[in-house]
Design a protein around this ligand. Structure first.
Ligand SMILES: C[S@@+](CC[C@H](N)C(=O)[O-])C[C@H]1O[C@@H](n2cnc3c(N)ncnc32)[C@H](O)[C@@H]1O
Length: 282
């Protein structure tokens, strides 16, 4: 049995035979997969792909001879059986967005470690970034919100959400929330965001982003008080990300990083108010 530390790692260019690559497919647009992710797909003998979360267009990066399994109707045991039956194959397990977020990869990693199977994780563009891009906002506005919490409403899998991680508890800080996996319960979501000790009000800005980066992407700017109605109006219950928090207002201070009066390792402070075009001092 291996530990994470001594497991075989993939060569950046060519994965070893038998390697299982957990690849982030990105949010949906076929050109938002990483170059490395696309290369792994092109080299894969077997692709395990979640049709419910990753558009079929992303499979265009795979070789025509690759055997494709749709994990939408498979259990974890079914997926592990594919890994087990193909010890020499280059396998890509394609996860939506970035595999580290709600990717259910930990149980697969545990299987790889227990079975001395080499694996790697190829990061992807999360729907978090794609949703923020669709809305056209920065999620960390100086003086307004400097933290983003990736979270979800406790639903059918309530037991997997620790008690201290309620939406209202996070909302009490005034940070930006990125709420995954919660669109099927719009009224419960709105209620949870406004419950004590939340500092959000009915006027706190929110945005509903359906299928960010897909051809039929939908963006609905709204408020906490109108959120349930906005969600219901989209008719979507899956592939929806809800962004909430004062940062979505678009108002706020400017970043110190690019302020002429703020020196750092790559740029000295300017008494004239601008350092444009000047070489940085060591
Ligand atoms: C199982 S989670 C996977 C999240 C993924 N690992 C990521 O980084 O985006 C699926 C949830 O992610 C969100 N999601 C994934 N892709 C999305 C997209 N293109 N647009 C909006 N939300 C998306 C939705 O909340 C969806 O219910």
């Amino acid at each position: 049995m291996m530990t994470v530390g001594d497991r075989p790692t993939a060569d950046e260019e060519t994965p070893a035979g038998g390697m299982i690559s957990f690849v982030g497919a990105g949010p949906g647009a076929a050109d938002l997969i990483t170059l490395r992710g696309a290369r792994r797909l092109a080299e894969a003998d077997i692709v395990v792909w979640a049709s419910s979360l990753v558009p079929v267009e992303v499979l265009a990066h795979a070789h025509a001879r690759a055997v494709v399994h749709d994990s939408a109707s498979m259990t974890l045991e079914d997926v592990l059986a594919v890994y087990d039956a193909n010890p020499r194959a280059a396998i890509v397990r394609l996860h939506s967005g970035d595999p580290a977020l709600y990717g259910a990869i930990q149980e697969q990693i545990d299987w790889c470690l227990a079975n001395s199977r080499p694996f790697e994780i190829v990061p992807g563009v999360s729907s978090l970034g794609a949703a923020a891009a669709a809305v056209g906002r920065e999620l960390t506005v100086p003086g307004v919100a400097q933290s983003v919490v990736v979270t979800r409403l406790a639903g059918r899998t309530a037991a997997s959400v620790p008690a201290a991680e309620s939406l209202a508890a996070f909302a009490a800080t005034g940070c930006t929330l990125a709420v995954f996996l919660s669109a099927a319960r719009p009224h419960a979501l709105q209620q949870a965001l406004l419950a004590p000790p939340s500092t959000y009000t009915v006027d706190t800005p929110a945005a509903v982003v359906v299928r960010a980066s897909w051809p039929d992407e939908v963006v609905v700017p709204t408020t906490c008080g109108q959120l349930a109605e906005a969600l219901v109006a989209t008719g979507a219950t899956t592939t929806v990300l809800v962004l909430v928090g004062p940062a979505l207002d678009g108002a706020g201070g400017r970043s110190h990083l690019y302020s002429p009066g703020f020196a750092h390792a790559h740029r000295r402070r300017s008494a004239l108010g601008s350092t444009a075009g000047r070489p940085a001092r060591p």
